[in-house]
Write a protein that binds this ligand. Structure first.
Ligand SMILES: Cc1ncc(COP(=O)(O)O)c(C=O)c1O
Length: 400
């Protein structure tokens, strides 16, 4: 007898346990609410997300156009990527930071920094292990830890401590189980940069407790007021204890291209490459060629981008001062981190601003408990739009 849909037993898909422990995507809700307002026809100024608004420089696009036509790149690329791209990032680190990297053993090519941030937890953590994560911090760190079945211990980033972690606050119990830690400067979301002394302290702390350091340097190219952000790898001993994640997403406006790197410790590079051998077969070769062009070609586009963000930062903070919203000016990254006025939580302020002014900001609570009391605004609109957003907010008279 033929089985009809009516006679078949109900079939249900049961997800693996690891799917049920994934953290909820707080910001998906924010995007939904903003889109509702756009659908209603409102002129929404979206400062809530971190998506670079400017195009990739033309010489990099041209490099992809040419390499896309090259049949050499139509075949499978080598498993861990082309040697020329690893050499290109090693060249850039030497030029920019004076750091020497062996392209074959100290560089792993990633599908964007995000992939590496998730993979490293899976490479290093077992259930029962602890990972130290900044709070507030970039939520992707949580994802990898959850997928590894490990636990997180939060490192509070407080304004009175310049949003740097205070390692003396961490409990002995957490330190005994901790195997990995994330640090991220210039910081998302607080927009502060870290001095070289912070990395020295971090390396000493990591050595003492046997904790691997993952330095997320996604905003490494974006430092303001003449302050060039410091790389973790510039500090003696860094390669022994950790790895730095770098990405082309922000430096060259290449967020959609998905090119990132894990740099430093050989064993971690080996583990990431090994894991990736099981997942992927590296990036499209044409993209690797264009990424190498970005890294080895003229860098004035990077200087120009930094100037654009700095000038937007100045316009934003000028406008904020005019409406009495006092905050620490951003030192780097393309964000600003602003305290919420009395009587509001970060979510109630974000909701109010969206409803009444059609300006989208990211509530700090989405980045962790210690993000409460702040909202994050991106510098990813023109100066005129940033000023308009603040003028609209000023009309609510929230700042007495
Ligand atoms: C702090 C931080 N790290 C890493 C990333 C990952 O960037 P990508 O995956 O585009 O390289 C981002 C992107 O927004 C970020 O803000």
């Amino acid at each position: 007898m033929e089985t009809t849909p009516q006679t078949r037993a109900a079939f249900s898909i049961k997800p693996a346990d690891r799917m049920t422990v994934l953290p909820t995507q707080f910001f998906a809700n924010l995007v939904r609410k903003a889109n509702e307002q756009i659908t209603l026809g409102h002129d929404v100024i979206n400062l809530g997300q971190g998506n670079p608004d400017r195009p990739t420089p033309p010489h990099i696009v041209q490099s992809l156009q040419e390499s896309a036509a090259d049949p050499a790149y139509h075949r499978y690329p080598p498993f861990s990527g082309f040697a020329f791209l690893k050499e290109a990032i090693a060249y850039r680190y030497k030029e920019d930071y004076g750091v020497t990297l062996d392209p074959e053993t100290e560089v792993a090519i990633l599908f964007g920094g995000k992939t590496g941030l998730v993979e490293i937890s899976q490479c290093l953590l077992n259930p029962g292990d602890v990972c130290l994560v900044p709070d507030p911090g970039y939520p992707d760190y949580w994802s990898g830890v959850a997928l590894a079945g490990a636990e997180m211990a939060f490192m509070p980033l407080r304004e009175e401590n310049r949003f740097l972690p205070d390692y003396s606050e961490l409990s002995e119990t957490d330190l005994k189980r901790a195997k990995l830690m994330f640090v991220n400067y210039p910081n998302n979301p607080t927009a502060v940069a870290a001095p070289a002394s912070f990395y020295e302290e971090t390396i000493a702390f990591a050595e003492k407790h046997g904790i691997v350091v993952a330095s997320d340097f996604a905003y490494g190219a974006i430092g303001f007021d003449g302050q060039k952000p410091v790389s973790f790898l510039q500090q003696p001993g860094a390669k022994e204890v950790g790895i730095e994640f770098y990405t082309l997403s922000k430096t060259y406006n290449m967020a959609g291209w998905r090119v990132g790197f894990a740099l430093g410790n050989r064993e971690i590079v080996r583990l990431i490459n090994l894991m990736q051998d099981h997942y992927y077969c590296s990036l499209f070769g044409g993209i690797q060629a264009a990424a190498a062009t970005a890294l080895t070609g003229p860098q004035d586009c990077v200087d120009e981008l930094r100037r654009v963000y700095e000038s937007r930062r100045n316009a934003l903070f000028g406008a904020l001062a005019r409406i009495g919203w006092n905050a620490r000016p951003s030192e780097g990254s393309f964000f600003s981190w602003l305290p919420v006025p009395k009587g509001h939580t970060s979510s109630s302020l974000a909701d109010l601003l969206l409803q009444e002014t059609k300006v989208v900001v990211a509530p700090g609570i989405g980045f962790g408990m210690n993000g409460e009391g702040y909202v994050r605004l991106g510098l990813l609109s023109t100066e005129a739009r940033l000023e308009e957003a603040v003028e609209r907010i000023g009309k609510l008279n929230l700042f007495g």
